[in-house]
Design a binder for this molecule. Structure first.
Ligand code: IPM
Ligand code: MG
Length: 364
């Protein structure tokens, strides 16, 4: 059985963290006998510089044929002046849309050895395990009309449209309820039903789908309140299902609870049998790019998610997670998760240590 994987390192710290993920892939090949066919391509600003577009047709076609895509990060100040539809972010959004990756799974898990890295009190985050299910191909990110127009009086108007249809809401709700069934059986749906019709529809339709899952407890929370509850008492949540924009915001909040954005992986899944894309939640961090200080863990954990959700290699996924846990327990830290008394290490040394821990984990 061959697993095909397209690697898109992207911009900023993307290439250097991807080097570490690739070393884990090499380990899986030699030590676990997994058969990967790897492809590599450009996306984001790197693709813009090379081809004048943030996602070339060739790369998109390749993404459609492989089992999974592993993406680093896109964007940076270098491309701030580029037209909207050619910005690095547009490449990422096009991949999501064209591959129909409507379900974005963003787990926020607090590793025990990092409870003190969180900006919240340790007792609030110890044992934290939340899954944010973000709708990824609809809402205001893609709604039409959109644009900036000139008005006769010389002023300008910017327009975006928040729009959801029932099929879009139903399919993401199913993903959330099914996941909750394998977890602690609770779904919190987050919307702005108090001000937006699309939010009201969201709430009504999620409630309808919930009837098919009598064992799951559903509650609704306004998105602003949800943000507040996430920093007040995050452990009340199991699965949070929400739209594209609120999911973007709430997942950054949830990520920070765990200590650092540099820790969190994500999976973007589409229709059954289709491609999937895995990427760290963090961005391209241009300020620290090329310095060998970035945290490669979110990317390595994204690879673990690919093993679990696409390649059906749950055992290897667990090994990677265990290896990360043991390296952290051993006191090694990249700058973003540095704590007093711990050893600050580079991107490369963090990668080395995870590989060594993998050898150890697989031998026991
Ligand atoms: C994310 C990012 C993207 C988003 C950007 C880079 C377009 O913030 O994946 O959370 O807004 O979805
Ligand atoms: Mg975001």
């Amino acid at each position: 059985m061959t697993h095909s994987l397209l690697i898109l390192p992207g911009d900023g710290i993307g290439p250097e963290i991807m080097v570490e993920a690739r070393r884990v892939i090499d380990w899986l090949r030699t030590k676990r006998g997994l058969n990967f066919t790897l492809y590599e391509g450009l996306v984001g600003g790197a693709a813009y510089d090379a081809y004048g577009v943030p996602l070339s047709d060739n790369t998109l076609e390749l993404a459609k044929t492989v089992d999974a895509v592993l993406l680093g990060a896109v964007g940076g100040p270098k491309w701030a002046g580029v037209d909207y539809d050619k910005r690095p972010e547009a490449g990422l959004l096009a991949l999501r849309k064209e591959l129909e990756l409507f379900a974005n799974l963003r787990p926020a898990i607090c590793f025990e050895s990092l409870v003190n890295s969180s900006s919240l009190k340790p007792e609030l985050v110890s044992g934290l395990d939340i899954m944010i299910v973000r709708e990824l191909t609809g809402g205001v990110y893609f709604g039409k009309p959109r644009g900036i127009e000139d008005l006769p009086d010389g002023s300008r108007r910017g327009i975006n449209t928040q729009v959801y249809t029932t099929p879009e809401i139903h399919r993401i709700a199913h993903v959330a309820f099914e996941l909750a069934g394998k977890r602690r059986g609770r779904v919190t749906s987050s919307d702005k039903a108090n001000v937006m019709e699309s939010g009201l529809l969201w709430r009504e339709e999620v409630t309808k789908i919930a009837r098919q899952y009598p064992d799951i407890k559903l509650d609704h929370m306004l998105a602003d309140s949800c943000a507040m509850q996430l920093v007040r008492a995050p452990k009340q949540f199991d699965v949070i299902v929400t739209d594209n924009l609120f999911g973007d915001i709430l997942s950054d909040v949830a990520a920070m609870l765990t200590g650092s954005l540099g820790m969190l992986p994500s999976a973007a899944l589409g229709v059954r049998g289709g491609a999937a894309m895995y990427e760290p939640v963090h961005g391209s961090a241009p300020d620290i790019a090329g310095q060998n200080v970035a945290n490669p863990i979110a990317t390595i954990l994204s690879l673990a998610m690919a093993l679990r959700y696409t390649f059906d290699c749950g055992e290897e996924a667990r090994m990677i997670e265990d290896a990360v846990r043991s390296v952290l327990a051993g006191g090694l830290r990249t700058t973003d998760i540095m704590q007093p008394g711990k050893a600050r290490v580079s991107t490369t040394v963090m990668g080395d240590s995870i590989l060594r821990a993998l050898d150890h984990v697989s031998a026991t």
